[in-house]
Design a protein around this ligand. Structure first.
Ligand SMILES: Nc1nc2c(c(=O)[nH]1)N[C@H]1C(S)=C(S)[C@@H](COP(=O)(O)O)O[C@H]1N2
Ligand SMILES: [Mo]
Length: 540
């Protein structure tokens, strides 16, 4: 019998270690679940993972951000959050094991993590103050208490009623009782169930948050534009399999921003303040004020500075909005060329993004818009509901502030907005570019006529010519589709008499200033990629 009793002794040590790690993992899970629940009461952005993720995004060097966008595309944010969770999980396991020997220290470690989350949440640019610390702190408190309780069950203990005298007697309880397994299993199971419940409720509440914003968007019927866009010219969009549609559907429109939680702004509560240097009549506009202005409808192609040569971060939409230039003029703003003191217009979003645009460009007659509509519907939340800026000819990071709430007139000398602080150029007109959409890289078309087609853009200058080169052959002119406007991309096609074998197709565009797209390859940082798009195919 004594042999039987002694058997559990060996696995007991390893089992206790596993139980310690499990206690840590449960404490971490409980902390995040409670934080999720509390963030539903505060605001989803105050949750620890979102806050730490946001802080990480802000501190990511341009080159790393570029790498992330290149490798994970629009999934970069998901990858970031999974990374944070993985790091947290490792620390939680370690804290659990540490708590086997240092019970208080383990619990204190959980609190320390909560403090990091609280610090991140309260120092975000859109922080609402100390209440943003609550999800992290309450969550960490719950996790710390749980770890302390579970570690208590794991503490090596003397058999009940034991004392020095009993111990001295030498016999007594077997080693299988050296910690309270039953108590641990019960407490751990209860904690897991309670945490899962809290987390699920928090998730559901956060998912349903912004209900009034959603309702305000659902209710919204945009007034007919006083200055509608002409119909897209027939043939502007090629009917060639693999070619991009001329207008990019909202669901397919690229999305690039730093928001881990998409801001949900109620249009009825939305305000836009215009103020700053040289503003003699500052204003605060409501959404209705904006809709009462003349609305114009324009087709404009948006491009991200992070778009690689041949990349996907470019799209064309039919935007509806109020023109910015007359609005600024009513506030007393003059462009620098007419003696205005401010040369930079800084837009600020509800999530603290800052985007700086040359005042001169906004007021030079182009269709710089405070946009409210996109492709026949109110702006989608992802694209800036209720109001965003759109300025033809400039990369998004210097022109296209989403969820806009403030416009400040200042100077380039006085203020560097978000991306400029991170190494990107102050001013960034869109570079003349072209892309081959079909055939795809490494396609295996049949010999004979192969339709090569794609898009070219040089917003606000316009595209005058596109040429295609096969291998090292001569540049041959492609067929240009009709132009919608010089603010949109232009499609092109080239019927290629393809001979068998491997071939490289290269495209280049010429804009209306006569400039030929350079073949000098540059990175996207600091002011957009240059170079020519090539596609390698094998003709069979
Ligand atoms: N508030 C906010 N606005 C923003 C950004 C952002 O991160 N936050 N990103 C900008 C960048 S870099 C680009 S390219 C465009 C992209 O707009 P889209 O997501 O609607 O395509 O939004 C711009 N406006
Ligand atoms: Mo961008």
């Amino acid at each position: 019998m004594t042999d039987d009793e002694k058997k559990p002794r060996k696995p007991s040590g390893a089992l206790r270690l596993v139980a310690g790690a499990l206690a840590g993992a449960l404490a971490g899970f409980a902390a995040l679940a409670v934080a999720e629940l509390v963030s539903a009461a505060v605001r989803p952005q105050a949750g620890p993972v979102v806050a730490v993720g946001g802080a990480a995004i802000d501190r990511t060097p341009a080159a790393v951000k570029d790498w992330a966008v290149r490798n994970f595309g629009t999934d970069d944010k998901l990858v970031l959050q999974l990374g944070i969770l993985a790091v947290l999980a490792l620390f939680a396991l370690a804290l659990g094991i540490a708590a086997l020997r240092f019970r208080r220290a383990g619990a204190a470690g959980v609190v320390l993590f909560g403090a990091v989350g609280a610090l991140a949440a309260t120092t975000r640019p859109d922080s609402r103050g100390l209440s943003d610390a609550l999800p992290s702190l309450v969550g960490a408190g719950a996790g710390a208490v749980l770890l302390h309780v579970l570690a208590g069950r794991l503490a090596r203990r003397e058999p009940a009623g034991s004392g020095p005298a009993d111990r001295a007697s030498g016999s007594g309880a077997g080693p299988e009782q050296d910690w309270d397994r039953r108590g641990f299993v019960i407490a751990a199971t209860a904690a897991a169930v309670a945490s899962a419940g809290a987390g699920a409720v928090g998730r559901a509440l956060n998912g349903a948050s912004g209900g009034s914003a959603v309702a305000s968007r659902d209710r919204l019927v945009l007034p007919a534009p006083g200055s509608p866009a002409a119909a897209v010219p027939r043939g502007a969009g090629l009917r060639i399999p693999g070619a991009s549609p001329f207008l990019t559907p909202n669901a397919d429109f690229y999305r690039v921003d730093t928001a881990l939680v998409v801001p949900k702004v109620d249009a009825a509560a939305w305000r836009l303040r215009i103020h700053g240097t040289g503003v003699s009549r500052p204003v605060v506009l409501s959404f209705d004020d904006l809709l009462r202005r003349e609305l114009v409808e324009r087709d404009i192609t948006l491009t991200c500075v992070s778009n690689e040569v041949g990349g996907p971060y470019v799209g064309t939409a039919r935007w509806v909005g109020a023109r910015l230039a007359p609005l600024l003029a009513e506030c007393g703003v003059k462009p620098p060329s007419r003696g205005g003191r401010a040369d930079q217009l800084v837009a600020r979003s509800v999530d603290g993004m800052t985007i700086g645009t040359p005042v001169e460009d906004v007021m030079d007659g182009r269709d710089a818009l405070l946009a409210v509509g996109m492709n026949g519907e109110p702006l989608p939340f992802d694209h800036g509901f209720p109001v965003r800026m759109v300025v033809p000819g400039l990369y998004g990071y210097v022109s296209a502030c989403k969820w806009i709430t403030d416009l400040e007139l200042t100077t380039f000398d006085a203020y560097d907005p978000y991306w400029v602080k991170r190494g990107w150029a102050r001013e960034a007109p869109i570079k003349t570019q072209s892309r081959i959409d079909t055939p795809k890289p490494f396609a295996r078309p049949k010999a004979g006529t192969v339709m090569v087609a794609g898009v070219a853009w040089a917003q606000h200058r316009g595209i005058d010519k596109v040429e295609v080169r096969v291998d090292d052959g001569p540049w041959q002119e492609a067929r240009l589709a009709p132009e919608d406007s010089r603010d949109t991309w232009r499609q092109w096609s080239f019927p290629w008499q393809a001979a068998k074998g491997g071939h490289t197709l290269t495209v280049r565009a010429t804009d209306r200033t006569g400039r030929v797209q350079t073949d000098r390859r540059t990175r996207t940082v600091p002011d957009g990629a240059s170079g020519r798009h090539s596609v390698v195919v094998t003709v069979e």
